[in-house]
Structure formats: structure tokens, C-alpha cells
Design a protein around this ligand. Structure first.
Ligand code: GZL
Length: 348
């Protein structure tokens, strides 16, 4: 029996020794494994929590690179509009204003917009010379992720191709002009129209609104474009005077610059202030002076001082804020009776 006991004892000792010497790679690591895993997880979690390079949460004017492909320099209104954009950019300290003059040519505006898209500007604020022909370049801007503000005149492109339209209600301006003409010619009469740039939202809207509200006893004998410029209005008025001599009771002129040109032709033809009733649009200093001198009987306001609003809307779009799709400027009508008093206060 003692031999058997000896063998059992040796076997027991052997088992005990073997289990106590189990290699580290099973027990110890098993015991350490939860800790190591926890550490590894902690490291991974830590990495995951570290934010990527943080995007600025809110842009400021110092981040704004604004593209303003101005349509031209055809009128005092346009000069004032450009000055308002430049002074606002300067006063607010935007990072960069990319300003260009398209000399009233749409192809130049489109090229300027494309250059801005290439540059990767923050926002494009486009004052379109005409209504049509913008779909392709607006689509390019949209695909480039650059917000677009249509400024002043409108475009016929689908509203999904731009973010905001900020400008005047040109149709309402035309209606207001008609109401003034109705009051000036209560017994009716014959009038002529000097219209703005062909195909421009301003000329189209004013003409349509004017015709919508003009009394039936007033006849529009003819309409010709003076392209919103003083120089181009002179020959148009000279031709009107030849063709309609003695028949003209009134003139509807789409802006003060053309009205001043037409007045030069009227003076040269020996016509006196007030002989022909004139309703104009814009409300520039030149228009106010023509009212003081008795040539213009009513001047429908069209406000060019859009710079502050353009910058405010551009920054809001940069920050992904919701902005009203259509923002129309509040406007009025000016008259000769207080033109002298108001002239010193006019900003354009
Ligand atoms: C109207 C603007 C027009 C002005 C003109 O908002 O586009 O263009 O009435 C200007 O004086 O040339």
C-alpha cells in the first residue's frame, strides 16, 4: 500500500507544480487582459473624442469674400449703388470685395461671375443687367456651393438657382408712375415712353406696371429705349419731337438720367417747363433739380443704397442662416413742392 501512496503523492505534487507554473501567456495575461483592453479602449475613445480641426462656428465680416460683378456705370443711380457697396464693405471690414464693371454687357458679367467661382469666393451678389440668360452660370455657382444674392433688378431663372433677391418692386414703381400720370392728365391725353435697357427687369417691370394702372383715356403713342443713359435719351426725344410735334401731353421716362437728356432736347426745341407733363423714376439729385426747375412733375423713388443690406444678407448666408427669399425695398414718390427743401438731404 505504501508504494501506491508514494505514486499518488508524487502525481499530486506534479499537478500542483504544473498548475502553479502555467505560462504567463494564459493566466497572467488573462488576469491582466481586461486592464490592457480597458487601457486600449480608453486610448481609442480618447482619440475619437478629440475633435477634428474645428470649423469656425460663426463667420464674421472679416471672413467674407464678396463678389460684386456690377453691370455698368450708366447712371447716377448706378454710381450711387456702386458707392454704397464699396463703402459698406470698407466700413464693415470685409476680407475682400471683388468688384468689376461689365459696361452693361451680360457676357462681361457672366465672365466675372465665373472668375469668382474659380476663386472660391464666399458669396456672389449679382446685379443682373437683363432678366434672361443666367441659368447656366447660376447653376455653376450652386454646384460650387457658393450662395448667390440677386441685387436690384430681377432674373427669370428659377428661384432655386439663387438664395435671395434684394431690390425694388419695379412693377409697383410703374403703377405709381401711372397713378401720377392719371392725376396730371385727368382729362386724358397722348404720351410717349422713354424706357430703360431692353430686357432689363427694371424696364420690363416699370412698363408692365405703368400699363396696368394707366387710365384708358391716356394713349401711349410710342415707346423707345434710351438704355437708362442721358446721352442715348437725347436723340430718342429729338425723334419723338419730329414725329409727334404738337401731340405730346406727357412723358413717362424710366429714369432721371434719361429725363435730363430728354429735357435738353425739349429746351432745344423751345418747349417750356410744364408744357409737357413728365413722370420719371429714381429720385436722384438731378431728378430733384429738374423738379425744382419745373420740368418733372413727379419722381418715383428707386433706392440704390443697398450696400448695408447686401453685406448683412451675405454674412447670414455664409453662416447658413435662413434669409427671406425676396426682400423688397420700401419706396415712395417725390414731388416738386418740397424738392428744394429735400435736395440737400439727398444721398444720391
Ligand atoms: C433700377 C436700376 C435702374 C435705375 C437706373 O433698380 O436697375 O438702373 O432706375 C439704372 O437709373 O441705370
Amino acid at each position: 500500500m505504501s508504494r501506491v501512496k508514494n505514486i499518488a503523492f508524487i502525481l499530486l505534487i506534479t499537478i500542483m507544480v504544473l498548475s502553479a507554473c502555467t505560462p504567463a501567456d494564459t493566466a497572467a495575461p488573462a488576469a491582466e487582459e481586461p486592464e490592457a483592453a480597458a487601457e486600449a479602449e480608453a486610448e481609442v475613445a480618447e482619440e475619437a473624442e478629440e475633435p477634428a480641426e474645428a470649423e469656425p462656428t460663426t463667420y464674421t465680416y472679416a471672413d467674407l469674400v464678396l463678389c460684386y460683378p456690377q453691370l455698368g456705370a450708366e447712371s447716377d443711380w448706378r454710381t450711387a449703388n456702386s458707392a454704397s457697396i464699396k463703402s459698406s464693405a470698407d466700413e464693415l471690414g470685409i476680407q475682400q470685395l471683388i468688384f468689376s464693371d461689365a459696361q452693361q454687357k451680360q457676357e462681361n458679367q457672366i465672365s466675372a461671375v465665373r472668375a469668382c467661382i474659380q476663386q472660391g469666393v464666399s458669396v456672389i451678389a449679382l446685379p443682373p443687367v437683363v432678366e434672361d440668360g443666367w441659368d447656366a452660370v447660376l447653376t455653376e455657382a450652386k454646384e460650387a456651393g457658393i450662395p448667390v444674392i440677386i441685387v436690384d433688378r430681377s432674373v427669370s431663372a428659377d428661384a432655386s438657382l439663387y438664395d435671395v433677391h434684394l431690390g425694388s418692386n419695379m412693377f409697383l414703381e410703374g403703377q405709381r408712375a401711372a397713378e401720377e400720370m392719371n392725376a396730371l392728365l385727368p382729362d386724358g391725353g397722348n404720351i410717349l415712353e422713354l424706357s430703360g435697357t431692353v430686357g432689363s427687369g427694371a424696364a420690363v417691370g416699370r412698363a408692365d406696371g405703368f400699363r396696368d394702372s394707366l387710365n384708358d383715356n391716356i394713349t401711349i403713342l410710342d415707346s423707345q429705349t434710351g438704355n437708362f443713359t442721358r446721352a442715348e435719351a437725347i436723340p430718342v426725344m429729338e425723334a419723338f419731337l419730329k414725329k409727334y410735334a404738337g401731340e405730346i401731353d406727357g412723358l413717362f421716362i424710366h429714369n432721371d438720367d434719361m429725363a435730363i437728356g430728354a429735357i435738353e432736347a425739349l429746351k432745344a426745341a423751345g418747349i417750356n417747363p410744364g408744357d409737357i407733363k413728365i413722370v420719371s423714376v429714381d429720385g436722384t439729385r438731378g431728378g430733384f433739380q429738374a423738379m425744382i426747375d419745373g420740368w418733372i412733375q413727379a419722381d418715383v423713388e428707386c433706392n440704390p443704397l443697398l450696400g448695408p443690406q447686401v453685406m448683412e444678407i451675405a454674412l447670414a448666408l455664409m453662416n447658413g442662416e435662413t434669409v427671406e427669399a425676396e426682400i423688397l425695398t420700401n419706396e415712395t414718390v417725390y414731388y416738386p413742392d418740397n424738392a428744394e427743401e429735400l435736395l440737400p438731404t439727398r444721398q444720391y
